[in-house]
Design a protein around this ligand. Structure first.
Ligand code: MN
Length: 232
């Protein structure tokens, strides 16, 4: 066997409720999936099909992680989202078979450099600088689908320093969980270990070092992160 010239790259894993860890393969996010958030962003047609972007696998950090305030932004924002954890891969997955591919669910936060995302939009450049950076994908403890009901109608909220900032319902998603899986699997072959962040309701806003963020979806373990000053 050929010798590895550097140490093996660490695997990214997310704790599972009841014990164990979920190994992460790829991280996908839905661009827009709640009408009220599309309206607050003043972008796009509400009937446009869903589109996807990716975050690096090692951007996923677990519950309780201190998140350093990232460079290159003065408008660092939260987006609370339902995360689907894929247990069985596939391509061209039918809507009515999508649930068979789900291992579990979690609460996630799609952290965003909003100023850089808006620049990219205005300049018709990719979203990477706005969306894909270190620690940009906090993910709560994953609940196995066998324990959790399949999410259709559940309250989704996010608070900063104890003040509620986002409130919505999973039932308001333009594209449902099975539809998101079906659409994404037309574009790429999904694999066991993939995480899909499914979009955020209205109320997104900026945070600063010292802020405590708590994200919740009824029926799932909550997700808490703190924003800390980046080390010099
Ligand atoms: Mn998002």
């Amino acid at each position: 066997m050929a010798q590895r010239v550097l140490p093996a790259v660490p695997v990214t894993e997310v704790p599972v409720s009841g014990g164990g860890v979920f190994p992460v393969r790829r991280v996908y996010c839905v661009g827009r999936n709640y009408v009220d958030h599309i309206r607050e962003m003043k972008e796009a047609d509400e009937r446009d099909p869903p589109f996807f972007f990716q975050k690096p696998r090692d951007a996923v950090v677990p519950d309780g992680t201190p998140v350093p305030y990232p460079p290159l932004t003065a408008d660092f924002q939260f987006e609370v989202e339902l995360v689907i954890a894929i247990g069985r891969g596939g391509r061209d997955i039918a809507v009515d078979e999508a649930r068979d591919h789900i291992w579990g669910y979690a609460v996630g936060i799609d952290l965003t450099r909003r100023d850089r995302q808006r620049d990219a939009r205005d300049m018709r450049l990719p979203w990477e600088v706005g969306k894909s950076f270190d620690a940009s994908a906090p993910c709560g403890t994953i609940a196995p689908a066998r324990d959790a009901r399949h999410f259709k109608d559940s309250t989704i909220t996010l608070s900063v320093n104890g003040v509620e900032r986002q409130r919505g319902d999973i039932g308001q998603m333009i594209w449902s969980v099975p539809e998101v899986i079906a659409q994404l699997s037309k574009q790429v072959t999904l694999g066991a270990g993939d995480l899909i962040y499914t979009g955020t309701p209205a109320g997104v806003g900026a945070v600063a070092p010292g802020d405590l963020i708590v994200a919740r979806i009824d029926g799932l373990p909550s997700l808490t992160i703190t924003i800390v000053q980046a080390e010099a």
